[in-house]
Design a protein around this ligand. Structure first.
Ligand SMILES: [Zn+2]
Length: 382
């Protein structure tokens, strides 16, 4: 099997159309014309933040217009999607139509209206609030305690988004608050205190995922991709107002044919200049990085070719992330949330799960300033 797999990898990387005439590994025995296995499937997960009638540049690209939000909900309803919570996920083959998980971050006040619009379609969402900011006398731009209780009563899920909304890998205080204070605060508001958690900024390390995963069942990231229904880490597609809705529609409809052929060996969330994967089936020849992390021109959800930054040795696939980031994302970028994809057969095919890697240690300052040391300032050791 391994020999066949190696041959296939070598073959398909060199000549992408040669796979169909060969014997595929059993796991991918059902394959479409593009060599993509079918039948595994994944659940799409969407994540919204703020809303406004006419978002402008001052609102940032995480503020969606109400019109586009309404259009997306209508699309979901028209396409037969049913909103679920993670523990309800089933394989697509089990029947019951299409599933989607709908999430909302930061506990912004206007999400009450977003919830009402969900309810008109029979949808329910997970609202990730910032416990420290949700009080009876909350700042007017955030949901207060009454608002949160109203969401819970209507059948939505209220869950924690950190404690104060700080990047967990950079502060132990935020980790402690998320583990100790947030569950109590969520339970006080009638929320589900131990089920779901969303990392502020989508930031985590393997150690933080382990620690937070000991207190919460489902950990929500901002890595682009589908959820396999089993992993504790859930990818989510951030809805951005400067990204065409067709990207998200294609993503929503593609869940049934999701079948990643790259299994990550480098831990999700690790500091990694290079990331390695096991290739489990033929790779198309046009592997690209699809990143939510903005590139050097500030654009998200673009694909950039891997080219010589992807190497194959036997069934091990190595991606030189540092070189890729240096080329397309510019200096100073230290983290990337991405999936490896192909567009060879039209549309987007996800070759890997959604994953996040740091190019340098997140606990270090983002731009360390070198301090010159002059010999005449040194104090001799006593
Ligand atoms: Zn947030």
């Amino acid at each position: 099997m391994i020999v066949i797999r190696n041959l296939l990898l070598a073959c398909t990387l060199a000549l992408s159309a040669c796979a169909p005439s060969m014997t595929l590994p059993a796991r991918t025995a059902r394959a479409d014309a593009c060599g993509a296995a079918v039948g595994q499937g994944g659940v799409p997960v969407l994540a919204w933040h703020g809303f406004a009638e006419h978002p402008g540049p001052q609102d940032g690209n995480l503020t969606e217009s109400w019109a586009r939000y309404d259009e997306t909900l209508r699309f979901l309803a028209d396409q037969g999607f049913r909103s679920i919570f993670p523990e309800d996920a089933r394989s697509p083959g089990a029947g019951g139509g299409r599933q989607v998980i709908l999430t909302f971050d930061d506990g912004r006040k206007e999400q009450l209206r977003a919830a009402e619009m969900l309810e008109r379609h029979g949808f329910r969402g997970i609202f990730f609030i910032i416990p420290r900011r949700t009080r009876p006398d909350a700042d007017a731009q955030f949901l207060n305690s009454d608002d949160v209780e109203r969401l819970a009563r209507a059948g939505h899920r209220v869950s924690a988004h950190g404690y104060e909304h700080r990047s967990l890998p950079t502060t132990g205080t935020e980790v402690a608050g998320s583990l100790v204070r947030s569950p109590d605060a969520i339970a006080r508001h009638g929320g589900d205190d131990r089920l779901d958690f969303a990392f502020p900024f989508g930031h985590y390390t393997p150690e933080i995922a382990d620690a937070i995963g000991g207190a919460y069942r489902h950990l929500h990231t901002v890595n682009p991709g589908y959820w396999d229904g089993r992993s504790p880490l859930l990818p989510r597609m951030l809805i951005m107002s400067d990204v065409d809705l067709s990207i998200f529609r294609e993503y929503l409809l593609g869940g049934a044919s999701y079948a990643p052929v790259l299994r990550p060996l480098t831990a999700d969330g690790a500091v990694a200049g290079t990331a390695t994967f096991v290739g489990q089936a033929p790779l198309p020849g046009d592997a690209q990085v699809f990143a939510v992390s903005a590139d050097a021109e500030g654009r998200s959800y673009l694909t950039h070719p891997l080219g010589e930054n992807l190497r194959v040795s036997g069934d091990t696939v190595t991606v030189d992330l540092a070189a890729h980031m240096g080329r397309y994302h510019g200096p100073g970028r230290g983290v990337i949330s991405y999936a490896i994809v192909s567009r060879q057969c039209g549309g987007m095919r996800y070759l890997s799960p959604g994953i996040m890697h740091w190019i340098r240690d997140p606990a270090l300052p983002l731009r360390p300033v070198p301090t010159p040391v002059r010999p005449d300032t040194l104090v001799p050791a006593s």
